[in-house]
Unconditional design. Structure first.
Length: 92
């Protein structure tokens, strides 16, 4: 019955509505945090003369962190309502 909604075979997590809403906000906040952190690292790298791309590859190679969403910039569609100023332009 749920096969059309689960084409990539991810798990379906069942929870109450309040927990589902908080989960969505928490996931978006975590994404915004990763992007904001990379923006700050990019600013620091620029000041120190470091290569942010090499830093990104270095920290992304840690399996606890991974490469998803660790690049400087912004992802406006994913920006949570609770963090309207979390993203700002980054110039390479």
């Amino acid at each position: 019955m749920y096969a059309p909604f689960n084409r990539n075979h991810d798990r379906i997590v069942v929870m109450d509505v309040r927990s589902a809403e908080l989960t969505k906000y928490a996931a978006n906040a975590m994404l915004a945090t990763k992007i904001s952190f990379m923006n700050e690292l990019a600013n620091l790298a620029e000041r120190l003369g470091a290569d942010i791309e090499r830093v990104r590859i270095g920290i992304g190679s840690d399996p606890r962190i991974g490469f998803q969403f660790i690049w400087p910039g912004c992802a406006p569609p994913s920006r949570p309502a609770m963090c309207p100023n979390c993203c700002r332009p980054w110039k390479p």
